[in-house]
Design a protein around this ligand. Structure first.
Ligand code: 6PG
Length: 252
C-alpha cells in the first residue's frame, strides 16, 4: 500500500536522527521564507517530541544558519497554565530555544494561557490579526505539529466540535479535569500553512501513524485532517513510530 496522497513521510533509525533531519528541514524553510519576504512565521508545537529539535536549532551550527531577527514564533496550542509552569508549551520552547537565540519579545507571540481559555483565545486571535492583517486566513510559513496516541494534534481532539470551526483562528478548549483547559489554532488556520512538519517518535504512535498515512484516516483523527493546501505536509518518524507502516516508501 502507498501512503495517502499528499503525505510525504520519512523514516529515521531513531529520534536523534529524526530531530537532526527536522532541524535541517526547519532551517531550509525558514531561510526560504526570509529570503523571499524578509520574515518568517514559525509555529511551534508542544509535547516532548520537538524538544531535541528546539535544542538543536539553538545550538551551533544550526543557530548561526538562521537570521533570527526576521523570525516570528507562534504556538499551535497552549495549556491554560502560567508561562513558567512545567506543562507550559511556552516554557518548553523558552528553555530549549527562545532563551538561547536573539529574538525580541515582539517576535514571540505567546498564547496567554494564564488568562483562561476563552480570554486567551481572544487575545491570541487579536495578535494573529495584528500580525497577518484582517484579510483572509493567516498563512504561516511553517507549522510544526505532533500527534497524540489518540490522533489529536495541537489541541484538536478526536470528535471535538472544534474540528468543524471554519471562522475563528484560535479556539478555547475546555477539557474535563484534571487536564488544564487549552487554546488551539483552528483547523482552517493549520491547513492554510505554507508547509506543515509532523514529528512522531516512539511505538505508542505507530497505530495512528499507520491509519493516517496508509489507512486513509478512517476514524478522522485530527492529525490526519491537517492537509496543508499549499506545499503539503511532511511527516518525520523514528523507526518505532513507523513500525506499523507497510508501504514501499517505508524502506526509504
Ligand atoms: C500539546 C501538543 C500536542 C502534542 C502531542 C504529542 O500541547 O500537547 O501540542 O498536540 O504535539 O500530544 O505530544 P508528544 O510529543 O509529547 O508525544
Amino acid at each position: 500500500m502507498t501512503p495517502s496522497r499528499g503525505h510525504d513521510f520519512r523514516v529515521f533509525p531513531d529520534s536523534g536522527s529524526m530531530s537532526r533531519a527536522a532541524a535541517e528541514f526547519v532551517i531550509t524553510h525558514v531561510r526560504n521564507a526570509l529570503a523571499s519576504r524578509g520574515s518568517c512565521s514559525l509555529v511551534l508545537s508542544g509535547g516532548a517530541t520537538p524538544a531535541p529539535l528546539y535544542s538543536l536549532l539553538a545550538s551551533a551550527p544550526c543557530r548561526g544558519r538562521i537570521r533570527w531577527p526576521g523570525v516570528h514564533v507562534f504556538w499551535s496550542d497552549e495549556r491554560c497554565v502560567p508561562p513558567d509552569h512545567p506543562e507550559s508549551n511556552y516554557r518548553l520552547a523558552f528553555d530549549s530555544l527562545l532563551s538561547r537565540v536573539p529574538l525580541s519579545s515582539a517576535q514571540i507571540h505567546r498564547i496567554h494561557g494564564e488568562e483562561g481559555a476563552d480570554r486567551a483565545a481572544q487575545i491570541y486571535e487579536e495578535d494573529l490579526v495584528r500580525f497577518f492583517g484582517d484579510g483572509p486566513l493567516p498563512m504561516f510559513d511553517l507549522v510544526l505539529l505532533g500527534v497524540g496516541e489518540d490522533g489529536h494534534t495541537a489541541s484538536l481532539f478526536p470528535g471535538s466540535a472544534l474540528l468543524h470551526e471554519r471562522e475563528r483562528l484560535a479556539l478555547p478548549v475546555h477539557l474535563e479535569p484534571p487536564g488544564p483547559d487549552r487554546v488551539t489554532l483552528s483547523l482552517p488556520v493549520l491547513n492554510n500553512a505554507a508547509r506543515v512538519l509532523f514529528l512522531a517518535a516512539g511505538p505508542s504512535k505507530a497505530a495512528v501513524v499507520h491509519e493516517i498515512l496508509e489507512g486513509g484516516n478512517p476514524k478522522g483523527y485530527p492529525a490526519g485532517l491537517v492537509r496543508s493546501i499549499r506545499e503539503g505536509e511532511t511527516w518525520m518518524l523514528d523507526h518505532d513510530a513507523a513500525r506499523a507502516l507497510t508501504g514501499t516508501l517505508k524502506e526509504a
